[in-house]
Design a binder for this molecule. Sequence first.
Ligand code: BEZ
Length: 259
Amino acid sequence: MMNIEWDADKYTKDFSFVNQYGTALLDMIDGENLSVLDLGCGNGSLTKKLIDAGFEAEGMDASDELLKTARETYPYINFLSGDATEFSVDNKYDVVFSNAVFHWIDKEKQLPMLENVYNALKNNGQFIFEMGGYGNNAIIHEALKTEFDKRSIKYVMPFYFPTIGEYTQKLEQAGFLVRSAVLFDRPTELNGCNGLYDWIHMFVKTPFRDLAEEIQEDIINSAVMKLKPELFKDGKWYADYVRLRCKALRNEYYQLRSY
Ligand code: BEZ
């Protein structure tokens, strides 16, 4: 289950950078004419890029709102309704691909999710993904936590941003042979003069869930003001993104190893 209700129109209009950055991941796929599952496909824009790159791609997402947008925008692509933590497939894929999805999934659901991906792949199938990694948006979350603390409200971190060590261990536990894993900074420009305010509104929902509107506004505005010296440069807002990018294989020879 994802920790968010999506506003598909706003996401597509103001936060398209999430999928634009995902384009680089496509280059990590080895081979041609492969079948690809875009897991957590959202509005389908990366599924479309996979199709344009010559793959037989279909998308899967848990959000009806995002699936509706994807199906309306790309009626010739097959989009399936499914939750990464619970899905199974009849026909296995050559590749499972995912961008900016897994950090939304609770830590304890990560291993079952990775096992589902493993079971959805053919032998030698490629699992290629990027997610928020350790330290992702740490400056923003620390500023929000400071504001919550000042008001004696508990800030519960709504995302899972693992280290390379932690996540590759889970990948191996699920049966994968890890071929590459990298954690890197990617400061990301946000849209508009209220870029950071809008970003917090769009993405950081659960910590604010039970708070009155005025308190929410007060916390966000105070955090944005404090973050301005660090995250507002030359008239533009930036978020301190850190990405974890991995490639892992379902390799049955690897399963024969003995420890
Ligand atoms: C991310 O892609 O890293 C991300 C996006 C929105 C909220 C949190 C993380």
